[in-house]
Design a protein around this ligand. Structure first.
Ligand code: NAD
Ligand code: ZN
Ligand code: ZN
Length: 372
Protein backbone atom coordinates (compact mmCIF):
# COMPACT_ATOMS: atom_id res chain seq x y z
CA UNK A 1 0.00 0.00 0.00
CA UNK A 2 1.41 3.39 -0.93
CA UNK A 3 1.86 6.10 1.70
CA UNK A 4 0.63 9.65 1.27
CA UNK A 5 3.07 12.31 2.46
CA UNK A 6 3.34 16.06 2.50
CA UNK A 7 6.58 17.11 0.91
CA UNK A 8 8.52 20.24 -0.01
CA UNK A 9 9.17 20.18 -3.74
CA UNK A 10 12.29 21.84 -5.14
CA UNK A 11 11.19 23.12 -8.54
CA UNK A 12 14.57 24.40 -9.76
CA UNK A 13 17.14 27.14 -9.77
CA UNK A 14 16.07 30.41 -8.21
CA UNK A 15 12.58 29.16 -7.36
CA UNK A 16 11.19 28.70 -3.88
CA UNK A 17 10.30 25.26 -2.53
CA UNK A 18 6.54 24.60 -2.32
CA UNK A 19 4.44 22.10 -0.41
CA UNK A 20 2.57 19.30 -2.18
CA UNK A 21 0.92 15.97 -1.46
CA UNK A 22 2.91 13.05 -2.85
CA UNK A 23 2.68 9.25 -2.83
CA UNK A 24 5.53 7.07 -1.57
CA UNK A 25 5.98 3.67 -3.22
CA UNK A 26 5.55 0.31 -1.49
CA UNK A 27 8.59 -0.70 0.55
CA UNK A 28 11.16 -3.09 -0.91
CA UNK A 29 12.59 -5.81 1.31
CA UNK A 30 15.61 -3.69 2.38
CA UNK A 31 13.70 -0.42 2.85
CA UNK A 32 12.42 1.44 5.88
CA UNK A 33 9.48 3.84 6.13
CA UNK A 34 10.32 6.72 8.45
CA UNK A 35 7.85 9.19 9.88
CA UNK A 36 10.12 12.21 9.72
CA UNK A 37 10.37 14.25 12.92
CA UNK A 38 13.01 16.74 11.75
CA UNK A 39 15.43 17.35 8.90
CA UNK A 40 18.44 19.63 8.69
CA UNK A 41 18.96 21.93 5.72
CA UNK A 42 22.44 21.51 4.21
CA UNK A 43 24.28 23.59 1.64
CA UNK A 44 24.21 20.50 -0.61
CA UNK A 45 20.41 20.84 -0.94
CA UNK A 46 21.09 24.30 -2.35
CA UNK A 47 23.80 22.95 -4.64
CA UNK A 48 21.15 20.64 -6.14
CA UNK A 49 18.61 23.46 -6.41
CA UNK A 50 21.25 25.39 -8.36
CA UNK A 51 22.10 22.23 -10.36
CA UNK A 52 25.76 22.06 -9.33
CA UNK A 53 24.85 18.45 -8.61
CA UNK A 54 23.01 16.41 -11.21
CA UNK A 55 19.79 15.34 -9.38
CA UNK A 56 16.94 15.94 -11.86
CA UNK A 57 14.32 18.48 -10.73
CA UNK A 58 11.60 18.80 -9.60
CA UNK A 59 12.54 16.67 -6.64
CA UNK A 60 12.00 16.15 -2.94
CA UNK A 61 15.40 16.91 -1.38
CA UNK A 62 16.43 16.73 2.30
CA UNK A 63 19.17 14.42 3.52
CA UNK A 64 19.57 15.02 7.25
CA UNK A 65 16.39 13.33 8.42
CA UNK A 66 15.57 11.75 11.76
CA UNK A 67 12.33 10.12 12.78
CA UNK A 68 10.42 7.08 13.92
CA UNK A 69 10.28 3.83 11.97
CA UNK A 70 6.73 3.12 10.77
CA UNK A 71 7.35 0.02 8.67
CA UNK A 72 10.23 -2.16 7.52
CA UNK A 73 10.85 -4.54 4.63
CA UNK A 74 11.35 -8.26 5.32
CA UNK A 75 15.17 -8.14 5.19
CA UNK A 76 15.68 -5.11 7.42
CA UNK A 77 17.67 -5.84 10.58
CA UNK A 78 19.08 -2.41 11.56
CA UNK A 79 15.81 -1.11 12.99
CA UNK A 80 12.27 -2.16 13.83
CA UNK A 81 8.91 -0.41 13.96
CA UNK A 82 8.90 2.27 16.65
CA UNK A 83 12.68 2.77 16.71
CA UNK A 84 14.15 6.27 16.67
CA UNK A 85 16.53 6.55 13.74
CA UNK A 86 18.86 8.95 11.96
CA UNK A 87 19.22 8.68 8.18
CA UNK A 88 22.42 9.39 6.27
CA UNK A 89 23.86 8.75 2.77
CA UNK A 90 23.20 5.48 0.96
CA UNK A 91 25.59 3.02 -0.71
CA UNK A 92 25.44 -0.24 -2.70
CA UNK A 93 27.09 -2.63 -0.21
CA UNK A 94 28.95 -4.70 -2.78
CA UNK A 95 31.53 -2.58 -4.64
CA UNK A 96 35.31 -2.39 -3.93
CA UNK A 97 34.79 0.63 -1.60
CA UNK A 98 31.81 -0.83 0.26
CA UNK A 99 33.79 -4.08 0.60
CA UNK A 100 36.44 -2.27 2.65
CA UNK A 101 33.93 -0.31 4.72
CA UNK A 102 34.41 2.96 2.83
CA UNK A 103 30.78 3.46 1.74
CA UNK A 104 31.11 7.23 1.18
CA UNK A 105 33.24 6.29 -1.83
CA UNK A 106 30.76 3.72 -3.12
CA UNK A 107 31.29 3.11 -6.84
CA UNK A 108 27.54 3.56 -7.26
CA UNK A 109 27.22 6.60 -5.00
CA UNK A 110 25.49 8.67 -7.68
CA UNK A 111 22.86 6.05 -8.48
CA UNK A 112 22.05 5.53 -4.79
CA UNK A 113 22.02 9.19 -3.73
CA UNK A 114 21.65 11.67 -6.59
CA UNK A 115 19.75 9.97 -9.41
CA UNK A 116 16.29 10.88 -8.12
CA UNK A 117 15.29 7.21 -8.36
CA UNK A 118 16.24 3.93 -6.74
CA UNK A 119 19.45 2.51 -8.19
CA UNK A 120 17.30 0.18 -10.35
CA UNK A 121 15.64 3.24 -11.90
CA UNK A 122 12.25 2.91 -10.19
CA UNK A 123 10.58 5.94 -8.60
CA UNK A 124 10.06 6.17 -4.84
CA UNK A 125 7.87 9.28 -5.09
CA UNK A 126 5.01 10.16 -7.43
CA UNK A 127 2.67 13.10 -7.63
CA UNK A 128 -0.68 12.76 -9.42
CA UNK A 129 0.68 9.55 -10.94
CA UNK A 130 3.85 11.22 -12.33
CA UNK A 131 7.31 10.40 -10.96
CA UNK A 132 8.97 13.17 -8.94
CA UNK A 133 12.68 13.12 -8.02
CA UNK A 134 13.11 11.13 -4.80
CA UNK A 135 15.54 8.83 -3.00
CA UNK A 136 17.82 11.85 -2.47
CA UNK A 137 20.69 10.53 -0.34
CA UNK A 138 18.51 7.45 0.00
CA UNK A 139 15.85 9.40 1.92
CA UNK A 140 14.32 12.64 0.47
CA UNK A 141 13.41 13.77 3.95
CA UNK A 142 11.91 17.21 3.29
CA UNK A 143 8.64 15.33 3.77
CA UNK A 144 6.42 13.92 6.47
CA UNK A 145 7.47 10.40 5.45
CA UNK A 146 10.61 9.07 3.79
CA UNK A 147 11.71 5.75 2.35
CA UNK A 148 15.21 4.97 3.62
CA UNK A 149 17.31 1.83 3.41
CA UNK A 150 18.91 -0.81 5.55
CA UNK A 151 22.33 0.69 4.70
CA UNK A 152 21.69 4.35 5.46
CA UNK A 153 19.84 4.30 8.77
CA UNK A 154 21.26 4.14 12.26
CA UNK A 155 19.17 3.42 15.32
CA UNK A 156 19.66 6.01 18.07
CA UNK A 157 21.37 4.17 20.93
CA UNK A 158 19.32 3.67 24.11
CA UNK A 159 21.96 5.67 25.97
CA UNK A 160 20.76 8.71 23.99
CA UNK A 161 17.05 8.21 24.67
CA UNK A 162 16.90 11.62 26.33
CA UNK A 163 18.21 13.49 23.27
CA UNK A 164 15.47 14.83 20.98
CA UNK A 165 15.50 13.64 17.37
CA UNK A 166 15.22 17.23 16.17
CA UNK A 167 18.69 17.80 17.63
CA UNK A 168 20.20 14.59 16.27
CA UNK A 169 18.91 15.01 12.69
CA UNK A 170 21.84 17.02 11.26
CA UNK A 171 24.38 14.41 12.37
CA UNK A 172 23.71 12.46 9.16
CA UNK A 173 25.55 14.84 6.82
CA UNK A 174 27.28 18.15 7.57
CA UNK A 175 28.32 17.43 11.16
CA UNK A 176 29.47 13.91 10.37
CA UNK A 177 31.41 15.22 7.37
CA UNK A 178 33.32 17.93 9.25
CA UNK A 179 34.08 15.77 12.26
CA UNK A 180 34.92 12.72 10.14
CA UNK A 181 37.24 14.75 7.91
CA UNK A 182 39.35 15.57 10.95
CA UNK A 183 39.07 12.36 12.95
CA UNK A 184 38.98 9.87 10.08
CA UNK A 185 39.93 11.20 6.62
CA UNK A 186 42.88 13.38 7.73
CA UNK A 187 43.41 11.57 11.05
CA UNK A 188 44.65 14.81 12.65
CA UNK A 189 47.57 14.38 15.09
CA UNK A 190 47.82 16.04 18.45
CA UNK A 191 49.92 19.21 18.69
CA UNK A 192 49.98 20.03 14.96
CA UNK A 193 48.42 23.10 13.29
CA UNK A 194 45.18 23.01 11.34
CA UNK A 195 43.33 25.75 9.48
CA UNK A 196 39.65 25.39 8.58
CA UNK A 197 38.45 27.53 5.68
CA UNK A 198 34.74 28.31 5.98
CA UNK A 199 33.00 27.99 9.32
CA UNK A 200 29.54 26.80 8.40
CA UNK A 201 28.25 23.49 9.75
CA UNK A 202 31.02 21.43 8.20
CA UNK A 203 33.81 23.79 9.25
CA UNK A 204 32.54 24.22 12.81
CA UNK A 205 32.16 20.46 13.21
CA UNK A 206 35.77 20.16 12.02
CA UNK A 207 36.87 22.71 14.60
CA UNK A 208 35.12 20.86 17.45
CA UNK A 209 36.74 17.64 16.23
CA UNK A 210 40.17 19.30 15.92
CA UNK A 211 39.90 20.20 19.58
CA UNK A 212 38.98 16.59 20.41
CA UNK A 213 42.05 15.46 18.41
CA UNK A 214 44.27 17.96 20.26
CA UNK A 215 45.37 19.95 17.19
CA UNK A 216 47.18 23.19 18.00
CA UNK A 217 46.82 25.89 16.83
CA UNK A 218 43.29 25.60 15.41
CA UNK A 219 42.70 28.46 12.99
CA UNK A 220 39.22 29.38 11.72
CA UNK A 221 38.87 31.44 8.52
CA UNK A 222 35.59 32.98 7.35
CA UNK A 223 34.20 36.36 6.27
CA UNK A 224 31.29 36.25 8.75
CA UNK A 225 32.37 37.79 12.04
CA UNK A 226 29.63 35.94 13.98
CA UNK A 227 30.78 32.59 12.63
CA UNK A 228 34.46 33.02 13.48
CA UNK A 229 33.40 34.18 16.93
CA UNK A 230 31.39 30.98 17.36
CA UNK A 231 34.39 29.03 16.04
CA UNK A 232 36.48 30.49 18.83
CA UNK A 233 33.91 29.47 21.44
CA UNK A 234 33.88 25.94 20.00
CA UNK A 235 37.65 25.41 19.98
CA UNK A 236 39.47 27.67 17.52
CA UNK A 237 42.59 29.15 19.10
CA UNK A 238 42.91 31.79 16.35
CA UNK A 239 40.48 33.38 13.91
CA UNK A 240 41.26 35.05 10.60
CA UNK A 241 38.85 37.17 8.60
CA UNK A 242 38.71 35.99 4.97
CA UNK A 243 40.30 38.48 2.61
CA UNK A 244 43.43 39.36 0.70
CA UNK A 245 45.76 39.25 3.70
CA UNK A 246 44.33 36.00 5.16
CA UNK A 247 47.21 33.85 3.94
CA UNK A 248 49.82 36.23 5.42
CA UNK A 249 48.02 36.05 8.74
CA UNK A 250 48.04 32.25 8.60
CA UNK A 251 51.77 32.31 7.94
CA UNK A 252 52.29 34.46 11.02
CA UNK A 253 50.27 32.05 13.20
CA UNK A 254 51.86 28.84 11.80
CA UNK A 255 55.28 29.88 10.45
CA UNK A 256 56.34 26.28 9.71
CA UNK A 257 53.20 25.76 7.64
CA UNK A 258 49.95 23.94 8.22
CA UNK A 259 49.99 20.22 8.93
CA UNK A 260 46.31 20.21 7.91
CA UNK A 261 44.20 22.57 5.83
CA UNK A 262 40.53 21.80 5.48
CA UNK A 263 38.55 23.64 2.81
CA UNK A 264 34.77 23.84 3.08
CA UNK A 265 34.36 26.86 0.80
CA UNK A 266 34.81 25.14 -2.57
CA UNK A 267 36.39 28.40 -3.77
CA UNK A 268 39.27 27.73 -6.17
CA UNK A 269 41.32 30.72 -5.00
CA UNK A 270 40.96 29.70 -1.35
CA UNK A 271 41.94 26.08 -2.10
CA UNK A 272 45.00 27.07 -4.12
CA UNK A 273 46.03 29.56 -1.43
CA UNK A 274 45.61 26.91 1.27
CA UNK A 275 47.81 24.50 -0.68
CA UNK A 276 50.65 27.02 -0.53
CA UNK A 277 50.43 27.03 3.27
CA UNK A 278 50.83 23.27 3.67
CA UNK A 279 53.88 22.00 5.60
CA UNK A 280 55.91 18.94 4.51
CA UNK A 281 53.72 15.80 4.80
CA UNK A 282 50.76 18.16 5.16
CA UNK A 283 47.26 17.29 4.00
CA UNK A 284 44.80 19.56 2.22
CA UNK A 285 41.30 18.09 2.58
CA UNK A 286 38.52 19.26 0.26
CA UNK A 287 34.77 18.94 0.82
CA UNK A 288 33.20 22.07 -0.67
CA UNK A 289 30.82 21.86 -3.62
CA UNK A 290 32.34 24.00 -6.37
CA UNK A 291 31.21 24.96 -9.88
CA UNK A 292 31.45 21.76 -11.99
CA UNK A 293 33.81 23.38 -14.52
CA UNK A 294 36.42 24.42 -11.89
CA UNK A 295 39.96 23.04 -12.28
CA UNK A 296 42.71 23.41 -9.66
CA UNK A 297 46.23 24.56 -10.41
CA UNK A 298 48.90 23.25 -8.01
CA UNK A 299 52.68 23.35 -8.23
CA UNK A 300 53.92 19.82 -8.91
CA UNK A 301 57.35 20.34 -7.31
CA UNK A 302 55.75 21.63 -4.10
CA UNK A 303 53.31 18.72 -4.01
CA UNK A 304 55.92 16.06 -4.70
CA UNK A 305 58.87 17.61 -2.87
CA UNK A 306 57.04 18.01 0.41
CA UNK A 307 55.26 14.67 0.25
CA UNK A 308 52.02 16.60 0.46
CA UNK A 309 48.57 15.21 -0.09
CA UNK A 310 45.44 16.80 -1.53
CA UNK A 311 42.43 14.62 -0.78
CA UNK A 312 38.79 14.80 -1.71
CA UNK A 313 36.55 13.91 1.21
CA UNK A 314 32.99 12.65 1.11
CA UNK A 315 30.92 12.27 4.24
CA UNK A 316 34.05 12.45 6.40
CA UNK A 317 34.81 8.79 5.55
CA UNK A 318 31.97 7.89 7.87
CA UNK A 319 30.50 4.42 8.04
CA UNK A 320 27.02 5.75 9.06
CA UNK A 321 26.50 3.46 12.05
CA UNK A 322 29.35 3.49 14.53
CA UNK A 323 30.67 6.96 13.72
CA UNK A 324 27.30 8.67 14.27
CA UNK A 325 27.06 6.87 17.63
CA UNK A 326 30.61 8.03 18.46
CA UNK A 327 29.58 11.63 17.74
CA UNK A 328 26.50 11.27 19.95
CA UNK A 329 28.78 10.09 22.76
CA UNK A 330 31.11 13.11 22.30
CA UNK A 331 28.01 15.30 22.42
CA UNK A 332 26.90 13.71 25.68
CA UNK A 333 30.39 14.33 27.11
CA UNK A 334 30.10 18.02 26.21
CA UNK A 335 32.91 17.77 23.63
CA UNK A 336 30.74 18.14 20.54
CA UNK A 337 28.19 20.85 21.37
CA UNK A 338 26.69 21.04 17.89
CA UNK A 339 23.33 22.17 19.25
CA UNK A 340 24.87 25.66 19.37
CA UNK A 341 24.71 25.75 15.56
CA UNK A 342 21.01 24.93 15.27
CA UNK A 343 17.97 27.13 14.83
CA UNK A 344 14.60 25.44 14.36
CA UNK A 345 12.04 26.34 11.69
CA UNK A 346 8.53 24.99 11.08
CA UNK A 347 8.36 22.75 8.03
CA UNK A 348 6.14 25.28 6.24
CA UNK A 349 8.88 27.89 6.70
CA UNK A 350 11.45 25.92 4.71
CA UNK A 351 12.18 28.90 2.42
CA UNK A 352 12.88 31.10 5.44
CA UNK A 353 15.28 28.44 6.76
CA UNK A 354 17.11 28.33 3.44
CA UNK A 355 17.33 32.11 3.32
CA UNK A 356 18.68 32.25 6.88
CA UNK A 357 21.36 29.75 5.92
CA UNK A 358 22.35 31.53 2.74
CA UNK A 359 22.55 34.94 4.40
CA UNK A 360 24.87 33.48 7.02
CA UNK A 361 22.43 34.33 9.81
CA UNK A 362 21.87 30.70 10.84
CA UNK A 363 24.52 27.99 10.62
CA UNK A 364 22.27 24.93 10.76
CA UNK A 365 18.55 25.39 10.12
CA UNK A 366 16.56 22.33 11.17
CA UNK A 367 12.96 21.85 10.05
CA UNK A 368 10.45 20.58 12.58
CA UNK A 369 8.24 18.23 10.59
CA UNK A 370 6.24 16.28 13.19
CA UNK A 371 6.12 15.84 16.94
CA UNK A 372 8.29 13.09 18.33
N1 NAD B 1 31.92 16.44 0.70
C1 NAD B 1 30.92 16.20 1.52
O1 NAD B 1 30.70 15.08 1.95
C2 NAD B 1 30.04 17.30 1.95
C3 NAD B 1 29.09 17.11 2.98
C4 NAD B 1 28.35 18.21 3.43
C5 NAD B 1 28.52 19.43 2.81
N2 NAD B 1 29.41 19.55 1.77
C6 NAD B 1 29.70 20.82 1.13
O2 NAD B 1 30.61 21.48 2.00
C7 NAD B 1 30.45 22.87 1.90
C8 NAD B 1 30.26 23.46 3.29
O3 NAD B 1 29.00 23.07 3.80
P1 NAD B 1 28.32 23.90 4.97
O4 NAD B 1 27.01 23.26 5.25
O5 NAD B 1 29.28 24.09 6.07
O6 NAD B 1 28.07 25.27 4.17
P2 NAD B 1 27.95 26.75 4.71
O7 NAD B 1 27.49 27.56 3.54
O8 NAD B 1 27.18 26.79 5.98
O9 NAD B 1 29.47 27.15 5.09
C9 NAD B 1 30.41 27.59 4.15
C10 NAD B 1 31.17 28.73 4.83
O10 NAD B 1 32.23 29.16 3.96
C11 NAD B 1 32.38 30.55 4.10
N3 NAD B 1 33.09 31.08 2.96
C12 NAD B 1 32.65 31.29 1.70
N4 NAD B 1 33.62 31.82 0.94
C13 NAD B 1 34.71 31.93 1.73
C14 NAD B 1 36.04 32.40 1.54
N5 NAD B 1 36.43 32.87 0.35
N6 NAD B 1 36.91 32.35 2.58
C15 NAD B 1 36.52 31.88 3.79
N7 NAD B 1 35.25 31.44 4.05
C16 NAD B 1 34.38 31.46 3.03
C17 NAD B 1 30.94 31.05 4.22
O11 NAD B 1 30.88 32.34 4.80
C18 NAD B 1 30.31 29.97 5.10
O12 NAD B 1 30.36 30.32 6.46
C19 NAD B 1 29.28 23.08 0.95
O13 NAD B 1 29.81 23.34 -0.35
C20 NAD B 1 28.55 21.77 0.98
O14 NAD B 1 27.84 21.54 -0.23
C21 NAD B 1 30.17 18.53 1.36
ZN1 ZN C 1 29.26 0.50 -3.03
ZN1 ZN D 1 24.62 17.58 3.30
Amino acid sequence: MTTTARAAICPGEGKEFHMAEVELDDLREDEIMIRVVATGICHTDMAVRDQQLPTPLPAVLGHEGAGIVEAVGDKVTVAKVGDRVIASFNSCGHCPSCDVDAPTYCYEFGAHNFSGRRADGSATITRDGEAVGGNFFGQSSFATHAIAHQRNVVRVPDSAADLPLERLAPLGCGLMTGAGAVLRSMDVREGLPIAVFGTGTVGLAAIMAAKIAGADPIIAVDMHESRVELARELGATHTVKAGDDAMDKLKAIAPQGLAYAFDTTGVKKVIEGAFEQIAPKGILGLVGASPPEDMLSLNEAALMGGGKRVIGILGGDSDVGSFICELIAYHQDGRFPFDRLIRYFDFDDINAGIEASESGEVVKPVLRISAE
